[in-house]
Design a protein. Structure first.
Ligand code: AAT
Length: 285
């Protein structure tokens, strides 16, 4: 923070930095895993940054949380058991809990302090469902946690930070192999998939790791002002062959649809239509 403005650290996006005007710093410190910063911004509400990288702002978080959650949840015909990897702010959990058919949710977030801070400062936005009785909350490296799991989950949502830092383990073929083992037949996973404007090469690599492990793979994206370059993607994988991830298996129940601000069935299908420069890379994998 300099002269009243927060600028994002640019390790993974050299030469550019998103800046937000700061009204008040609310919390600043270091956990066992990362630097944590919470501040009130002038025009984007409360903001959470980890290691200098924006994880959420109250103004636009739903564009990410809804899409990373509802694309896999609606690509699956009847998800009952869900694993959330990362997601310590609780936003993905909030969206998963909106599905009445879900019976069991396991969330594996490496850093307990992120969950504590979310419940303290984001209890009106993302951290609304930590008391849901369906939730089991664990604090571990998800790459370790999934190693001995078999056929447990219908949907896995990997809401992880970028591969520089504690999330490095979550972008490897080993992790995807363990995940596949932890998933039921016909299960779907959705992974934070970085930005096609910045990381197309990384996306191609990670997609090919996924292809080694999963028979059906595709890539979608959402728009979001406060993530680098205003856009972030998702890697979608199914444990079954020939699953068309871009066609939703279900439409949102009316009660859910009324709460959604970004996701719809039309947006689901459209999110997989990529600009030609990205389509070429994804189609080649
Ligand atoms: N919904 C907010 C967006 C995130 S959160 C990423 C979370 O993943 C963080 O809370 C972090 O502590 C957790 N995490 C990182 N590594 C691991 C791991 N190995 N196991 C379990 N949890 C982990 C992502 C924002 C994307 C930013 C785009 N630039």
């Amino acid at each position: 923070i300099r002269d009243g403005w927060f600028s994002e650290s640019e390790v993974m996006w050299p030469g550019q930095a998103m800046s937000l005007k700061v009204d008040e710093v609310i919390w600043e410190g270091r956990s066992d895993f990362q630097d944590i910063l919470v501040f009130k911004s002038a025009t984007y509400g409360m903001v959470l940054a980890l290691d200098g990288v924006i994880q959420l702002t109250e103004r636009d978080e739903y564009a990410y949380q809804e899409m990373i959650t509802h694309i896999p949840m609606h690509a699956h015909p009847d998800p009952q058991s869900v694993l959330i990897v990362g997601g310590g702010d609780g936003g993905v959990l909030r969206e998963v809990c909106r599905h009445a058919g879900v019976q069991k949710i396991v969330m594996c977030e490496i850093d307990p302090q992120v969950c504590e801070i979310a419940q303290k400062f984001f209890s009106n936005s993302t951290a609304t469902a930590f008391n849901d009785p369906r939730l089991t909350l664990l604090h571990a490296d998800a790459a370790e946690f999934v190693k001995d799991k078999a056929q447990e989950f219908d949907v896995v949502i990997v809401d992880s930070s970028d591969p520089v830092g504690p999330a490095e383990t979550l972008f490897t073929a080993d992790f995807y192999r363990s995940l596949r083992h932890a998933m039921k037949p016909n299960a779907i996973m959705c992974n934070q998939g970085e930005c096609m404007w910045l990381h197309l090469e990384l996306i191609g690599e990670v997609l090919s790791h996924c292809k080694e492990v999963f028979p059906s793979v595709d890539y979608a994206f959402t728009t979001i002002p406060t993530y680098p370059s205003g856009q972030i993607g998702f890697l979608l994988c199914s444990t079954a062959p020939n699953v068309v991830l871009r066609s939703p298996a279900r439409t949102p129940e009316p009660e859910l649809a009324a709460q959604l601000k970004y996701y719809s069935s039309a947006v689901h299908a459209a999110a997989f239509v990529l600009p030609e420069f990205a389509e070429r890379v994804v189609a080649k994998v």
